[in-house]
Design a binder for this molecule. Structure first.
Ligand code: 5RP
Length: 224
């Protein structure tokens, strides 16, 4: 069992390293979660390089505003030069599970729009096969039971995330026991179920760079 303080430092180191990817006059996309929160708190160091910011959640928008950044709508910023976000699991093929914080839909929209995606994680997030972390799926409320039944046909057990509503007013099903052998195919298949807004497999738009935080160093893996 890992120590939470070690995890925290690993996340912080990965977040700080990602600042090196922000260049002059950049439009920046900002993700959501505890790793990204470290990024937001250090972002003032590169304030002069940032032209505009698009945010993936109300939570990140609040933190960015507290740091004095003006957050704009993605439709106004245009394509971000860079998107920085965490992940719940990531493989060395740059495929991820995201959505532990429930922000997966806006995250996927900004990731898709961005020229480069840098994923910042502590080293516990690196896996060989996705699926140990329950797969989040954002669903339209009236479809939750029907989507659960469709997911059961794929071998997964859906659990409704309690007392949780997404920034888009929807629900999250956390799906256990899915074998995610072919992430791009399963991403498409689940997204084709009516009522699914999106699912937390990020494979059709993988990360370009993984920054892995260790106890005192970082490792960087780049998708060539
Ligand atoms: C939020 C996400 C996060 O990136 C993911 O849950 C990782 O979070 P953390 O940085 O707190 O470990 O996808 O929807």
């Amino acid at each position: 069992m890992k120590n939470i303080m070690t995890d925290t430092n690993e996340k912080r180191l990965a977040a700080i390293k990602s600042l090196e990817y922000i260049e002059d006059d950049f439009v920046l996309g900002v993700g959501t979660g505890s790793t990204v929160n470290f990024l937001i708190s250090e972002l003032h160091l590169v304030r002069h390089k940032i032209r505009s910011i698009a945010s993936s959640s109300e939570a990140s928008t609040r933190l960015l505003s507290d740091e004095g950044f003006l957050v704009e709508d993605l439709s106004s910023t245009g394509s971000p030069d860079l998107y920085i976000d965490g992940a719940d699991e990531i493989t060395k093929n740059f495929h991820m599970i995201k959505g532990g914080g429930g922000a997966l839909t806006r995250e996927k929209i900004i990731a898709h729009a961005s020229k480069k995606f840098v994923c910042i994680v502590d080293n516990s997030k690196i896996v060989d096969v996705l699926g140990n972390f329950p797969l989040p799926i954002e669903v339209i409320p009236m479809a939750k039971s029907m989507v659960s039944r469709e997911i059961a046909k794929l071998g997964g057990q859906s659990e409704l995330r309690h007392d949780f509503q997404t920034d888009n007013g929807n629900l999250i099903l956390d799906v256990h026991n899915l074998k995610i052998i072919d992430p791009p195919s399963l991403e498409k298949e689940i997204n084709n179920i009516p009522g699914v807004v999106t699912n937390g497999i990020f494979a059709l738009r993988p990360a370009n760079v993984i920054i892995i935080g260790n106890a005192e160093t970082t490792d960087v893996i780049t998708n060539t």
